[in-house]
Design a protein around this ligand. Sequence first.
Ligand code: ZN
Length: 229
Amino acid sequence: MNHDEATRLMAVEKYLLNEMPPELRDEFEEHFFDCPECSADLRATEAFLAAAKDEMKEVRVAKPSPAPSRKSPFEFLWRPAFALPAFALLLIVIAYQNLVIYPHFANEIAQLRTPQLLPSLSLAGGNSRGGETPSITVRPSQPFALSFDIPTQGRFSSYTCLLYSPSGSIAFQIQVSAQQAKDTISISIPAGHRETGTYTLKVQGDADGSAAGPASDLAHYRFAVKEQD
Ligand SMILES: [Zn+2]
């Protein structure tokens, strides 16, 4: 079986729903071991079916389906509590894809097409040695931009910016080329799982591969993130 055939036969769904004749099962098994697309599809669909199984714990079926002719890791589908007709399960999979997955993507694409104000915090103009710690107030769901300058030195081929969260763990690490470092750097800080409090941004110069040495700290910036209710 090749990939086109597998797609045309809806092999993944039929395999998981035990609707495949044994010869085809063998052929498909041979195929998906070597096909990253089909095996990814199998894993995703299997995970969905496992979730659907939980949803269906309440469903009561009067008459259990006959036992499958062959043991399968997806046997749970055939236990009385889950023995919905396979076709209904398939419909649920399709409905899930249409109602949940696609509108979700459509929504994200629409958001990407709509211009949005990005709050930004500028650290340009020096380290905060003395003076107030600059701060930004954003909604928890809102990304923001952080801009700063890198004090460049000719001996560095690139720079690493490390952002430490208030709890001291590294929130992210980003590498900037010497060319990019000539201008003010602007980094977008994503929303979600973002701690509030005082962050530290550390800029290091990366020693050239030929003269490998310890990274040199070039700048420390501190800033505070507050969240709007
Ligand atoms: Zn395939």
